[in-house]
Ligand binder design. Structure first.
Ligand code: ZN
Length: 348
């Protein structure tokens, strides 16, 4: 009786060793870590490569995950969250919460163990709402099908020692909530390979850490006409992808124009000199990306008037001096014609 039991145990151990090795040793998934921000233009925030290190073709599986929390209840684990990423803004040291000196869990404060700076970025667990806005698409050669919440599998097998590239997408169009300003989130993407095309999930796989800084888009509005050799002013405001609101900047931003670099004032305004030139050229007002805001460009050229480019463009029609002169001429001519008609015709 004891002999049969030992035999069974021995086979079990063999099976675990065998499968344990084949599952984890022959998969490559990288990069291991990526720092990204939301991207209103393409929604692509990053890309990754899954390598099939086996001698047989295998399907690739990709799964988006909220880290440090229970898979079913999404409850954050107090011990797991100590592994969340922390970045020092001064010396660039990348660490985990457990490495932070005098770490305060309530206020998310502490000191860098290397340079003692308190200028630290604490990456929090991605909100569940935002996990819904993430997806994975192939970036060439493969097709992916969604088989479960946050899970995709390749429709084609990855050839032996071949690889599959994917893009990570984040649709942030409805995510511009005031409370998200300056937020930093961590989520994980697991990559693994499997032999069958059914839902026969194998455990294991490799996790990739995605560190997302959520930034708001900016809107640049002209506050004065643009004339060669004269100063013009732009107003920079916070908006969203749909331009459905405009808020004042919470922190000044750096703006470049024609080789000059300036900071916005307390009202979010900045002025630059439009260069003198014999011909008319386009010049770009460029707002640099900051820790809270995405970069933005605005093209100006000589003769552009306030309001001309935005929603009230219609009214700028009346601001044009030639239009005003034309309207005056038409008015005067109309009066003369009316007077002429009244003088020369007898009304019955
Ligand atoms: Zn530091």
């Amino acid at each position: 009786m004891k002999g049969i039991y030992m035999k069974k145990l021995f086979i079990c151990v063999l099976l675990v060793i065998f499968f344990g090795n084949t599952v984890s040793a022959n998969v490559g998934f990288g990069p291991a870590e990526m720092y990204v921000t939301n991207n209103p233009d393409t929604h692509i925030i990053g890309n990754a490569t899954l390598i099939n290190g086996d001698d047989v073709g295998k399907y690739g599986v990709f799964q988006l995950m909220m880290p440090f929390s229970d898979k079913d209840t999404f409850q954050i684990s107090n011990s797991e969250i100590m592994h969340a990423r922390v970045l020092c803004n001064d010396c660039g040291k990348s660490m985990q919460r457990k490495d932070v000196s005098e770490y305060n869990h309530e206020r998310l404060e502490g000191y860098c163990p290397v340079c003692q700076s308190d200028n630290l970025v604490f990456y929090d667990v991605l909100p569940r709402d935002e996990l819904q806005m993430l997806s994975v698409i192939p970036s060439g050669g493969f097709h992916l099908k969604k088989i479960d919440d946050y899970t995709w599998v390749t429709e084609e097998k990855i050839s032996p020692h071949g690889y599959c590239n994917i893009n990570i997408l984040y649709n942030s169009v409805d995510s511009y909530l005031p409370s998200y300003l300056g937020e930093h989130w961590e989520f994980h993407l697991r990559g693994k390979t499997k032999e069958g095309d059914g839902n026969d999930f194998i455990t294991g796989g490799l996790d990739l850490r995605v560190l997302l800084s959520f930034k708001f888009p900016l809107d640049i509005e002209l506050c004065s006409d643009v004339v060669k050799g004269e100063e013009f002013t732009v107003n920079i405001r916070v908006t969203d992808e749909k331009n459905s609101f405009y808020n004042e900047l919470k922190k000044p931003v750096t703006v470049e124009f024609n080789g000059e670099t300036k900071r916005t004032d307390s009202e979010g305004k900045v002025s630059f000199m439009m260069p003198e030139s014999r011909f008319d050229y386009n010049y770009t007002v460029h707002v640099l990306e900051s820790d809270l805001y995405l970069s933005e460009n605005y093209v100006v050229s000589h003769g552009i008037q306030m309001f001309e480019k935005d929603f009230f463009g219609f009214f700028s029609f009346f601001q044009n001096i030639y239009v005003i002169i034309s309207l005056c001429v038409i008015g005067v001519l109309s009066c003369i014609i009316i007077l002429y008609i009244r003088k020369n015709y007898v009304w019955e």
